[in-house]
Design a protein around this ligand. Structure first.
Ligand SMILES: [Ca+2]
Ligand SMILES: [Ca+2]
Length: 353
């Protein structure tokens, strides 16, 4: 296919057959959605109208007269034919000649490129511009791998007094398609509506793999609209497999000896851990040496929770103001690590100052 430098096709048509439908959605409206033609395209499917439009334009056909196979893959040859037809339609010419080497029984081949009659052009030709701005509610969302889905909110500002719509979709960042359910569609805001939500679903597995990121992208605002900031966001899928962390998360005190000042009211002992890709916890308890609990210092026991990303925690131990306690010592002992283990620095001696 040759094309002049002034006639460029959108790069995103390379992504998939469904992507082609989305990109061209502003070219012409569908008289018949894909679901009215193909039994395997659900009504309301995010590509329903796009499939109908592309069928009307003759750019795509079904696997047969009643099946589209919306989740089927596109080969490079099929992509070339589709783009060639797309190119011809966008330039007002018929592209059927380019597909002569492809069997007409193949799903993507149209026997002719029908003109779209004026009666089949509906809403977009008479659409009134609405200057809505669309943005995501955050630049980052998070979900545990086994936590189901996360609701993503689109906020509409600007002109919200009239109906308008915007599309959204997801792509891989560090994720792969098995990590989540691909989300995409067009959301219509009614007059007065300022927020809409959609859900991206995480897929659970039993693989230790760490966190992965998914791109969430707003696109294709309706006529007169625009994408505001943030128009893209990252969804972080946190792994819930933690078995390996028993070996990788090690708890310890930062020092075998420390001190606490009565004038501060507390002694603080610092617990650190290596590895922070998963929640973990460790318990602690005070023990007398020369200092006696609940006189020279307040006995303390508890469990310290480390959230994802946390590598250090301070445990406060109350020190009453008591001159006879000065110079005395007690210990703090670590025990019961969860999703981690202990090392030699599991005991620290505190001197009261
Ligand atoms: Ca899992
Ligand atoms: Ca996993």
């Amino acid at each position: 296919m040759r094309k002049s430098s002034s006639q460029k096709l959108p790069i995103t048509v390379l992504v998939s057959g469904v992507g082609i439908g989305i990109v061209l959605s502003t070219v012409v409206s569908a008289a018949f959605p894909g679901s009215s033609i193909f039994s395997d395209v659900p009504a309301g499917h995010f590509a329903d109208d796009a499939i109908g439009r592309m069928h009307e334009l003759g750019i795509i056909k079904g696997r047969d007269a009643s099946h589209f196979d919306p989740n089927g893959s596109l080969t490079r040859a099929e992509a070339a034919v589709l783009m060639d037809r797309l190119y011809a339609v966008m330039n007002g010419s018929v592209a059927s000649k380019s597909s002569s080497s492809v069997a007409s029984s193949e799903w993507h081949v149209a026997s002719s490129v029908p003109k779209v009659s004026s009666s089949s052009s509906s809403s977009s030709s008479s659409e009134t511009p609405v200057s809505s701005l669309f943005a995501l509610s955050a630049t980052e969302y998070g979900v545990m791998e086994n936590g189901g889905g996360v609701a993503v909110t689109i906020i509409r500002s600007g002109d919200t007094g009239q109906a308008s719509n915007v599309s959204y979709y997801t792509t891989n960042d560090t994720s792969s398609t098995g990590d989540y359910g691909a989300a995409g569609g067009t959301l219509t805001f009614a007059a007065g509506e300022t927020t809409k939500t959609f859900t991206v679903t995480a897929k659970d597995n039993s693989i230790i793999e760490g966190s992965r990121k998914v791109n969430i992208i707003l696109s294709s605002p309706s006529l007169g609209g625009a994408i505001s900031t943030p128009g893209t966001a990252k969804l972080i899928i946190y792994d819930d497999e933690t078995v390996e962390l028993t070996d990788t998360s090690v708890f310890r005190f930062i020092s075998a000896e420390t001190s606490g000042s009565q004038s501060n009211g507390h002694a603080y002992v610092i617990i650190t851990r290596t590895g922070s890709v998963s929640p973990a916890s460790v318990s602690y308890a005070t023990q007398n040496l020369t200092a006696i609990a609940d006189g020279d210092y307040n006995a303390a026991t508890g469990t310290v929770q480390f959230a994802i990303g946390e590598t250090a925690k301070a445990v406060p131990i109350k020190l009453p103001t008591l001159s006879t306690a000065i110079g005395k010592t007690f210990q703090v002992q670590l025990s019961n690590p969860v999703s981690g283990s202990l090392t030699d620095l599991n005991l620290t001696t505190v001197t009261i100052n």
